[in-house]
Write a protein that binds this ligand. Structure first.
Ligand code: SAH
Length: 270
């Protein structure tokens, strides 16, 4: 176990709760009930609550968007429904915490718990999500995600409630639901118990700032391609050495930016 993960591991029984403000809850719910996320939800390691922003609009026709001041194409999500939705979620979170339920109080190890629940707005106008950010967010008990749609969201409500702005890449999507799911997926697999014993988040891409080495499963020979001899040797130290070399080679080839940063870091350690 790496140093970074040690604080997560010390309370294996905690569960992490995701609250997603969205106009399309079914998108979130489908993903939340499928595969590893579905299993983790069933077992109570995580919960994913999709909250429909439309349920909170004051508008009697159920409107949640309007034209942008200053002109320009497209509709903007209005502040009021989002703000009221947010307040309802915060109230909910406080209730669960006060009931003593599954709450973990401010951690003694100084990890960033307690205090205000972080609110993440998914937007292309932000730093791009990384494994490091996933690790940081995995230490929270509750996280609130805001998914934009159409042209985006009225700036004033963002100023009022958002603590973190996250993009998933330099391209524009139709909505924040897929980006929120990307983050939830990456964070969830770092919550203890979400990955089974046979799956592991201990050694994989980005752990040392390197991409993972190539991997092989049965059979030993497939279409005349052989599994590298060394992996069959049973010689643990040699296997580790080979894997590190492959990781470095692969990173250099596919992500020269990560490779440069890795070399730089290792230079200063020596
Ligand atoms: N007009 C906006 C884009 C709106 S896209 C702009 O130019 O910045 C509609 C919504 O999709 C956004 O509000 C955001 O929540 C989400 N979205 C689109 N691309 C995204 C990305 N790369 N990362 C995270 N969220 C994104």
């Amino acid at each position: 176990m790496s140093f970074r993960d040690s604080w997560i591991d010390h309370d294996r029984n905690r569960s992490m709760r995701f609250h997603v403000m969205t106009l399309f809850p079914e998108l979130i719910e489908n993903a939340a009930s499928t595969s590893i996320l579905g299993r983790a939800t069933e077992s109570g390691h995580i919960s994913i609550d999709a909250v429909n922003i439309r349920d909170y609009t004051d508008n009697k026709h159920g409107r949640v968007d309007d034209y942008t001041y200053g002109g320009g194409a497209g509709m903007l999500m209005q502040a009021q429904p989002i703000y009221d939705c947010y307040q309802a979620i915060v109230k909910d979170i406080e209730q669960v915490k006060n009931s003593g339920g599954q709450s973990v109080s401010d951690a003694e190890d100084g990890s960033p718990r307690g205090g205000r629940t972080r609110v993440i707005y998914m937007t292309p106008q932000a730093p791009v999500f990384t494994q490091e950010k996933a690790r940081e967010l995995a230490s929270e008990e509750d996280l609130i995600f805001l998914c934009g749609h159409y042209e985006g969201v009225d700036e004033r409500v963002l100023e009022e409630i958002v603590t973190d702005y996250i993009s998933i890449g330099d391209y524009v999507l139709t909505g924040g639901e897929l980006p929120a799911l990307v983050c939830i997926d990456a964070i969830s697999r770092l919550v203890p118990g979400v990955l089974g014993n046979e799956e592991s988040s201990q050694t994989e891409s980005f752990d040392d700032g390197l991409l993972e080495y190539p991997q092989y499963s049965r059979p030993e020979v497939w279409r005349d391609k052989h599994v590298p001899e060394i992996l069959l040797s049973g010689h643990h130290a040699n296997v580790e050495k080979w894997r590190l070399e492959e990781s470095i080679r692969r990173t250099k080839e596919r992500r020269p930016d990560l490779y440069e940063a890795y070399m730089e870091r290792n230079k200063s350690v020596k």
